[in-house]
Design a protein around this ligand. Sequence first.
Ligand code: PEP
Length: 252
Amino acid sequence: MRNKLVAGNWKMHGNLQDNSALLEALKIGLPKPENNARYAVCVPFPYLASAQATLNGTQIEWGAQNLSQHEKGAYTGEVSAQMLNDFGCTYAIVGHSERRMLYGESSQIVAEKYVAAQRAGMIPILCVGETLEQRDSDTTEQVIDEQLKAVITLAGVDSLENAVIAYEPVWAIGTGKTATPQQAQDIHLFIRKGISAQNSEIAENLTILYGGSVKANNAMELFAMPDIDGGLIGGASLIADDFIAICKAIQN
Ligand code: PEP
């Protein structure tokens, strides 16, 4: 049975006090996951120690939002996979559209980060997705193919056994515009079929998340689609009650 996952992406929000309170509220409020479901929060680097201290041994996993593709060295300001390991991270998000667009991360760099995360024993959450312009010009599938191909070329299709893919249409991130369940399902199926052509077992077991303005009131209908295995949640992951409601929606 395929794993399901709801992962929060806190982005660059909060402070020590608020973030500690959020972790405590999640620890108290989230039910024990059932039916192959998992919950996680991907927090800013400075709060990893607090996430580890608060969440260790609980029903909630944690991870980072980025990492360096390099193992170590003169890379001022960067954080390595090994460092994330020291703080017990299960996940590392790679290729979020904000990283691709604001920090110029190419699909090749994203693939190297994916490999770095796996080499350190973490599960990369690989984000793919098209801009509105690309959707309007009917190149969504081409864009996603290129983003996936870079990873598969570098790491091999078998690497997807220890990875999660998040389909995040850029036009739906932080905009309040959610893809319809059918729009999201169509792309999830496209991703799964593409991988299935290379390895059907890996494709069948692959967890594919949808991300883009998932809220407590639309999570259930998105998660009901056959190829949507959970969500990567931005804004709504900062509000304990909303994130808890979204996590509960994956249990059904
Ligand atoms: C995200 O940042 O990955 C995201 C999906 O954000 P939001 O839920 O706010 O659209």
